[in-house]
Structures are given as C-alpha cells and as structure tokens.
Design a protein around this ligand. Structure first.
Ligand SMILES: [Mg+2]
Length: 383
C-alpha cells in the first residue's frame, strides 16, 4: 500500500541565455511547474510541465487547490482511477490547457512514484520495447537576432557531426523566399540522407500562404511540416495535407483522447506529437499512442526528452525522442540533477528507478517564482 500523503508544487521561471524566437513568439524566459507526490512511507515521485512564459501559477494552483484534494489519501497504484477522478474534478475549468497540464504533472509523478517503489526504471515498469537506447532527433534551428542561413547550416551540421541521424528546424517566421533559403541551407549542410523536420509553430492563418511555403520546401524533402495552423483549425490541416507531399504533423498543444481521436478521424495527420506533460500524463499518452497506431499514425512526442525517453521506449509505434542538446531553448535541464546522454543518434536509457533524475533543490530555490499567496518554494497540500 502506498497512500498519498503530500502533494507539492513549485513554479520556476528560468531566463534564456539569448532571446530566441519561433515563427509566432519571442521567448525570453520559460516557466515550469514542478510537482512532488509523497506517500506514507516517505517516498516521492516527480512530475513537471512547461507552463509558458508567464502565469504558470495557473498550473500550480490547479495542482494544489483543484487536483491534490482528489488524490490525497488515495492509493498511488490507482493511476487509471485517479486520472478519471481528476479529469472529472477539472471539467468546468478546462479539459485542455493549464488544468490538463496540472493533471499531467500529478499523473507523471504517480507513475514515477510507483516505478521507484518497485525499483524499476519507468520504461521497464510500463512494459518496455527498448531496454538500452531509443532513436532521437536533434531539435533546434530557432531564430536568433543576426542568425544567417549559414549560421543555421553550421548548427545543423554540428548535430550531424555529434551523431544525430535526424534534425528539426523552425520555419514560418519570414516570407517564402527567405524561409526556403533557410531550408535549402539546412538540407545542403546535412546532406540528402538525414531526415529534416520543419516546425511552423502555428505560423499561418490561410491555406494559400501555407501551401506556398510547403511547395517551396518540397524540393528539400522535409520529413514533416509541424503545426502549420492553430491547433483548432483542423480542417485546414487536412486541406493542406491534400495540397502538399510533405506529411502533416501536429498535436503538441492538444489534450485528451477524445480530441485526439477527432484529429485522427478527420484524416488530418501522418504524425501525432502529443506530449505527456500536456495531453494528460503518461496514462493518457499511452491511450492516445495506441489509438494512433490503430490508424497507422506514427507518434513522435513533443519536447521534454526526460519523460518521453521512457514513453517512447515503452511503445512500438513511437519513432523518435525530440532531443535538445543544451539549455539554449529547453532550459528545464537547469532544474534537474541528472542529464541524459546520447550516442550515435540515440539517447541512452537510464538504468535507475523511476524517471531517473530528481529536481536539483538548490536550482529550484534559485529560480522559484513566488506568486500571490505563496510564501515558500514548494506550495504544499497534505492529507
Ligand atoms: Mg513543435
């Protein structure tokens, strides 16, 4: 028996070393909500999510005030049951977005706690496919002031020299010609045989512009075009998919198995990118992945390699882990005590229990963002 006695949540605000952009946003800092769930033996599991560049306390409050009361006093092994009870508790506040991110944090912490309690790495506790390594693609190619196509070419070339066998860059900030020049430079730098993924981050609002971009990119054989439109603009994803030979990918901001099934039913996508820290935790990530597999859709989870290395290793239909080699873009690594290592294009699976890392408490204290009503680094709810 492992009865949940305490739920804690901390909000971290970590500045980026350099102001960085994607097509539709400029990023100067990132907020993360960190969660610890502790049982009656004193063992803890951890969960976390990205909470945007401001107002991450929305997630923190949902963890402590809305969802912690649902799980406190319950057996941590009831992951499926607690998922449903948390989801029902949050129905009126949001079935996607901050409340679902809060649910995701707690669900991941429960899986981590349960795996640690039996002494197994999380992917083994989930029922592994891979046991030692999983394929990764290097994610980068962001926009930084003064960065030229030649600089971009140097960046992606460095990923390939480091052993990565697939690379992703951003597109969609500038006009067709300028973007096509960037894609061309990246393709030339990595050669014809390395898959090149393109991420538009909801860049376009009309079909003609999206089509013009995709047509200009087609000669460089992209592996996929990611998030061409806002996530709710589902029909235009499908229309674009009929106009370009580039496979359509999306799903990183979407949540819940029902909304994901709607995407699949409408024949919109070839690659689904649901994120365990967004879509409803590990419990929901697995359901969505298995449904996608039955539609012949490949899963390529978005963002946090630290959790997705486990989910990808425990799935036969997930392809790559998205990997960030340093803190320049995804600076969550500033908050944890152990970093994953990569070798010859693969990320090596941790052999320690649970997720395989802990929060670095000194760093959590350093980057803690105190919001109204919160007076300590860790806001706490106890049974
Ligand atoms: Mg993306």
């Amino acid at each position: 028996m492992a009865i949940i006695k305490k739920v804690e949540a901390s909000l971290s605000r970590v500045p980026l070393n350099n102001v960085t952009s994607l097509s539709s946003r400029v990023v100067t800092n990132r907020e993360y909500v960190l969660v610890k769930v502790t049982d009656d033996t004193g063992n803890s599991g951890i969960g976390f999510c990205y909470a945007g560049h401001r107002c991450g306390q929305l997630v923190q409050r949902a963890v402590i005030d809305l969802l912690a009361p649902v799980v406190l006093g319950q057996n941590s092994l009831r992951t499926t049951g607690l998922w449903t009870e948390m989801y029902r508790e949050g129905l009126l506040h949001g079935r996607t977005g901050s409340v679902m991110r809060a649910l995701s944090c707690i669900d991941i912490a429960l899986w981590d706690l349960n795996a640690r309690n039996v002494g197994l790495p999380l992917y083994q506790y989930m029922g592994a496919d891979a046991l030692d390594r999983v394929p990764a693609y290097a994610s980068g190619g962001y926009y930084v002031e003064g960065k030229t196509p030649a600089d971009l070419a140097g960046e992606v070339s460095d990923y390939v020299k480091a052993g990565f066998k697939a690379v992703k860059i951003k597109v969609g900030k500038f006009g067709v010609a300028e973007e096509a020049a960037r894609v061309a430079a990246a393709r030339e730098a990595i050669g014809p045989n390395i898959p090149l993924m393109l991420d538009a981050n909801n860049a376009w609002t009309d079909l003609r512009t999206a089509e013009a971009h995709c047509k200009a990119y087609e000669p460089y054989h992209p592996e996929w075009i990611e998030e061409p439109f806002l996530p709710d603009d589902i029909d235009n994803h499908a229309r674009l998919g009929r106009l370009t030979s580039i496979p359509i990918a999306t799903g990183e901001i979407e949540a819940g198995r029902w909304r994901m099934k709607d995407l699949m039913d409408r024949d919109v996508i070839s690659i689904l990118q649901h994120d365990a820290c967004v879509c409803g935790g590990i419990t929901e990530w697995r359901r969505i992945t298995d449904t996608a597999a039955s539609y012949g859709i490949t899963t390529n989870p978005h963002w946090f390699h630290d959790v997705h290395i486990h989910t990808v290793a425990a799935s036969t239909s997930a392809q790559y882990v998205e990997f960030f080699v340093d803190s320049e873009v995804l600076n969550f690594r500033e908050l944890i005590d152990t970093q994953l290592t990569f070798e010859n294009g693969d990320v090596l699976l941790p052999q320690t229990p649970g997720l395989g890392f802990n929060f670095d408490e000194g760093q959590v204290e350093k980057y803690a963002a105190f919001e109204a009503g919160v007076s300590s680094v860790w806001d706490t709810a106890e049974a």
